[in-house]
Design a binder for this molecule. Sequence first.
Ligand SMILES: Nc1ncnc2c1ncn2[C@@H]1O[C@H](COP(=O)(O)OP(=O)(O)OP(=O)(O)O)[C@@H](O)[C@H]1O
Ligand SMILES: [Mg+2]
Length: 255
Amino acid sequence: MSRESSTQSNRLDSGACGDPLLDVSGLVAGYGATEVLHGVSLCVEEGEVVSLVGRNGAGKTTTLRSIVGNVVPSAGSVTFDGEDVTGLSAEKTVQRNVAFVPEERRIFPGLTVAENLRVGQLGGGETADPRDPEEVLAEFENMRDHPDRKGAALSGGEQQMLAIARALVAGADLLLLDEPTEGLAPFVVRQVEDLVTSLNAEGISVLLVEQNVQVALELADRHYVLDRGEIVYHGTSDQLRENSEVMDRHLGVTM
Ligand SMILES: Nc1ncnc2c1ncn2[C@@H]1O[C@H](COP(=O)(O)OP(=O)(O)OP(=O)(O)O)[C@@H](O)[C@H]1O
Ligand SMILES: [Mg+2]
């Protein structure tokens, strides 16, 4: 392993993306007078699963919100497929086939599975490539046989899968997943992992935010470690796994 994986040399480096699908550069953002992100750079190549890991309050969700335009950055840029989308509204970002599945999942509890998916279809814009809800549903073992179940009747894992399915219906090329396994039982975590793996095999790129480092190591090819609004480390799964200092100091994982 080269010295490149040391904390210091990776501080300013977003990693090597020759032809990035998503390119985030020097993002500064926050809430009111409070700056939360102090220059975050990262990239995702087409076909990759990339993780953004870090402790509570590190700024992971704020990074995703800034990418989709829910938070308007005060500096830096976000490009998607070569197009500058910095500060574009979330609606417009969806039209560029970027889908954000937030922490709180936000499915409609009063609507059925099928209705939730139809709402997802409305989200896609002109440039989006919406998929047939039936076709998407067919991929989801837990739900395909019960399209009439209400959102509120679904388990946490099923709600997570429905939220992801809805993003797919809108025609996403890039999924931004915010802690998709949070609060789920281990066997359901496995199901979500399998889902992400199979979507990626279909060509969907993923930026995965996780506090569960094991899930991130399992799923992602490369990892960015965020600490107090700064990327403090970037590396492959093997590099991160072997870096006990980063694991311990920035992720709170004792090796
Ligand atoms: N709407 C908001 N208004 C003001 N401050 C906020 C808001 N949302 C988040 N923050 C603050 O911004 C910082 C980063 O929060 P963020 O939610 O991005 O962290 P996170 O890494 O996603 O954490 P977690 O793992 O707990 O989800 C925290 O200090 C948080 O208190
Ligand atoms: Mg968060």
